[in-house]
Design a protein around this ligand. Structure first.
Ligand code: NAD
Length: 382
């Protein structure tokens, strides 16, 4: 396959680009370093310094003999994206290129406007560059489980059958996101569904839960190939953040009561899911929605696991409930279906104590680089 990875410098994008290249596909990674720029602006740089995309592609080539082609540019700029798609003629576009931080999107007008324009702008350009250059190309779009919010009924995989006044129809599952960032993902889904209906695009929309981990087959070849690993309040996802807090001797910051439940997955499983989706594309005129996570936890359960593993490794781990900077339910019903990817062949890597301990070992090497001022929430929803 010819695979374009948009957002190829990112936490998920770089491991994905290496993974597809290692499997023998022709890979082009595209990025404009927006995340690095926001990290600088918000004092949220990653724990491990990552070389540029070109440098990482070079190191990957030296280690494996495999190639990841690189293009630096803004996918929200149609002239740029359209010419890249026209030249490369992808079979699959994996679209990660969005501003993914909920706190950043809630910081103020500028950040909210930038998130809205960037995320919708990139999705719109992806749609049109596919329509104009390669209408049969399969778009694999990263959405989020956060699109659904926390409804008081079971969460289906994207679609729900509604019976009303004796008549029935299947609709997109109702969505009510908890941040502007998550709302841009809802709008992305609607945009994609519109062009699927009207122009017959083939799209897989992956509703992904928060990802943890920094180890993949390819990133383990060299520390310079590790994904960008964030532990700050802006970009850090909760498990990655808790593990760094445990190592830094900072209490694990549970927002509010800690009963917030979400579906989580290991970075290795993100790669599996995206590969499974790419290998069996959605049909022409199909919006296929897959819920992409392997296990559900409350924040309290995550904190308890990190506490248990940290203590067993001689770390002094404390847990502290702090005021919740977000507006969200802290105790709620949550039961999200996630069968489709398993049926397609996903073999989950669960969050065992051994997996967390291996992450601690890896992060410990970078203990001196932890800056504790980046840990406490600096953005509030209200
Ligand atoms: N990491 C998670 O836990 C998680 C969970 C659910 C969904 N997602 C989604 O997966 C995708 C990847 O997430 P991530 O954690 O790797 O984030 P990331 O910020 O590390 O990666 C996104 C990449 O896209 C690039 N980018 C953004 N706008 C761009 C543009 N206009 N042109 C070119 N490049 C652009 C950024 O520079 C960055 O390198 C995002 O869409 C995110 O919303 C991530």
């Amino acid at each position: 396959m010819k695979v374009m990875v948009l957002g190829g410098d990112g936490y998920l994008g770089w491991p994905t680009a290496m993974h597809f290249s290692a499997k023998g596909h022709t890979v082009l990674a595209v990025d404009n370093y927006q995340r690095r720029q926001i990290a600088l602006e918000t004092d949220s740089e990653a724990l491990i310094a990552t070389p540029t995309l070109d440098e990482r592609a070079q190191i990957f080539h030296e280690k494996t003999g495999k190639t990841v082609q690189v293009k630096i540019g803004d996918c929200a700029d149609m002239l740029f994206l359209n010419s890249v798609v026209a030249d490369f003629q992808p079979d699959t576009i994996i679209h990660y290129a969005e501003q993914p931080s909920a706190p950043y999107s809630m910081k103020g007008f500028h950040e909210a406007q930038m998130t809205l324009k960037n995320n919708l702008g990139v999705t719109f350009n992806v749609i049109w560059s596919v329509l104009q250059n390669c209408p049969d190309c399969h778009i694999v779009k990263l959405g989020t489980m956060g699109e659904y919010g926390t409804p008081n009924i079971d969460i289906e995989e994207g679609w729900i059958d509604i019976e009303h006044n004796g008549r029935k129809q299947k609709f997109l599952y109702p969505r009510q996101a908890g941040s502007l960032y998550h709302t841009t993902k809802v709008l992305d889904t609607d945009l994609l569904w519109f062009y699927v209906r009207t122009h017959g695009l083939r799209v897989t929309d992956l509703m992904q839960g928060p990802v943890y981990g920094l180890s993949t087959e390819e990133s383990d070849l060299s520390d310079q190939l590790l994904p960008n690993f964030h532990y700050d309040d802006i970009f850090g996802t909760v498990v990655n953040r808790f593990l760094v807090q445990a190592i830094a001797g900072v209490p694990l910051t549970v927002y509010g009561k800690g009963g917030q439940t979400r579906g989580y997955l290991n970075l290795i499983d993100t790669l599996q899911c995206v590969e499974l989706a790419a290998k069996s594309p959605a049909d022409t005129g199909e919006l296929r929605v897959l819920n992409q996570f392997t296990e559900q936890f409350t924040v309290n359960e995550l904190a308890e696991r990190v506490h248990r593993v940290g203590q067993s490794m001689g770390l002094n781990v404390q847990i502290k409930n702090i005021d919740n900077p977000r507006k969200e339910m802290e105790e709620h019903y949550y039961n999200a279906k996630h069968h489709a990817l398993i049926d397609m062949g996903l073999e989950p890597h669960y969050m065992t104590d051994e997996v967390l301990a291996a992450m601690v070992e890896k992060i410990l090497k970078y203990k001196d680089r932890i800056e504790t001022r980046k840990i406490m929430p600096r953005v509030s929803w209200s």
